[in-house]
Write a protein that binds this ligand. Structure first.
Ligand code: DC
Length: 214
């Protein structure tokens, strides 16, 4: 059984995905890390983010164990990941890795932008997590400050708007809810309430998950 969690930047989908995966004992793939690691490889090689050939090679050369998550979660890497993620051949190079992960015998949980629409259209449960721009910018600013980055709210809001616009208007697998996804708005929910709401969605979509978690 596959659980697909999609949504825009700082919607709370990462936290939810981790909690749901732990609750159901499922392996979890944060697919944003694939795009972040691709961008990181380009930057480390001194290449331009617009260098399509280099980006495609970097994506093809990724291994799921390569990630230095802490370094990849910086503000700069968020923007760079969104740029390389708009290159259709980069996305194509990462499809197989994601599908192989998703189709493990015991099931899996993946989060990203196009899991329910493109990577796993047959997922048993699809949740599209969203929140107001203000809530997302506030959360992201707190998260970046906790990492030690000096950011102000206005700059973070601007980052989020730019990234949302790029991620949802690109031609290849743009960010949008799958037709059969349940939309979960976390604007007014704390982490615990969002988790409870997501749990109810999973259990309604795939009752077998209830017994699987015990
Ligand atoms: O989820 P995240 O913030 O770590 O993602 C970083 C960028 O990667 C995001 O702005 C767009 C891209 N991305 C994508 O295009 N498709 C995915 N499935 C996951 C992320």
């Amino acid at each position: 059984m596959i659980i697909a969690i999609d949504g825009p930047a700082a919607s709370g989908k990462g936290t939810l995905a981790r909690r749901l995966a732990a609750h159901f004992g499922l392996p979890h793939l944060d697919t944003g890390l694939l795009y972040r690691a691709t961008a990181r490889a380009l930057i480390d090689q001194g290449r331009d983010l617009a260098d399509r050939e280099a980006a495609i090679w970097a994506a093809r050369g990724l291994a799921l164990t390569d990630f230095d998550e802490q370094a990849l979660r910086s503000r700069d890497m968020s923007e760079a990941a969104s740029v390389v993620a708009a290159i259709p051949e980069v996305r194509a190079a990462l499809v197989e890795t994601q599908r192989r992960f998703a189709h493990r015998p015991g099931g899996a949980l993946l989060d990203g932008r196009d899991i329910g629409t493109t990577i796993c259209p047959d997922a048993a449960c699809k949740i599209f997590v969203t929140a107001s721009e203000d809530a997302r910018a506030t959360r992201r600013a707190l998260e970046l400050r906790a990492r030690g980055e000096k950011v102000d709210y206005a700059a973070v809001l601007e980052d989020i708007r730019r990234r949302d616009a790029r991620d949802s208007t690109r031609a290849a697998a743009p960010l949008r809810p799958a037709a059969d996804a349940v939309v979960l708005d976390t604007t007014k929910l704390d982490v615990e309430a969002a988790f409870r709401a997501a749990l109810a969605i999973v259990e309604a979509a795939a009752p077998s998950f209830r017994s699987a978690a015990g």
